[in-house]
Design a protein around this ligand. Structure first.
Ligand code: COA
Length: 180
């Protein structure tokens, strides 16, 4: 329903129902590395469950509570990025992951920056958050690169498999975006 060109072959598109099979295959390919950080990646994904998840996110999108997107590089789906909006607190929480073969090239940073442009300019959102495993150095680096401030660490806040991980909370205020 929309595609936004972010330059250098990177684009953002709506994560609608047409993405389900491709997202399933990409998730299976990356499951071993996702399992370390993502609670939802512990079990083998099934297409029907993914379709229901995607449908729920699309409903939230229609209601203005979510912006679920895929990341494309040269027209091929390589990852996922999403914004979950809380209108009561005027906040947004961001989540993301990318295929191992496309990691380390700035594609996720571009995609998250585009979502921040959208929520801060067009919607009544005043604060963005990224919550990430405290030991997830790549995810923390992404947050810091975009100007998020580490505001604290929640102890044993997220169950990932057998372990409860500490969670680093990063915040960015609309007034400080875009970062100079
Ligand atoms: C976390 C994750 C999404 C980060 O992806 P990433 O590709 O490292 O993130 P970015 O898009 O910011 O790319 C950063 C790298 O691209 C480089 N880069 C190149 N061009 C860039 C640009 N225009 N803008 C920003 N960075 C750029 C940076 O220097 C950096 O390189 P480095 O890794 O050598 O330091 C990825 O590691 C991942 O999918 N991990 C598994 C799942 C996960 O942890 N998800 C997050 C849960 S909270």
């Amino acid at each position: 329903m929309f595609t936004r060109d972010l330059g250098d072959g990177v684009a953002l598109a709506l994560r609608d129902l047409s993405t389900v099979e491709r997202m399933h295959d990409l998730t299976v390919k990356n499951l071993d590395r996702l399992r370390r950080w993502e609670p939802w990646a512990q079990a083998e994904p099934d297409v029907d469950g993914l379709r229901e998840f995607t449908r729920a996110r699309m409903t939230a999108w229609v209601e203005g509570r979510s912006i679920p997107c895929i990341i494309l590089v040269d027209g091929v789906m390589v990852g996922s990025v999403g914004a979950t909006i809380n209108h009561y607190s005027q906040t947004v929480e961001l989540g993301y992951w990318i295929d191992a073969d496309h990691e380390g090239r700035g594609a996720v940073s571009r995609a998250v920056a585009a979502l921040l442009d959208e929520v801060f300019e067009d919607r009544a959102v005043r604060r963005a958050e990224i919550r990430t495993g405290a030991e997830n150095t790549r995810s923390r680096a992404l947050a810091e690169r975009l100007g998020f401030v580490h505001e604290g660490t929640l102890r044993a806040a997220m169950p990932v498999g057998e372990v409860r991980q500490d969670v680093a909370v990063y915040g960015l205020l609309a007034d400080s975006w875009p970062v100079a």
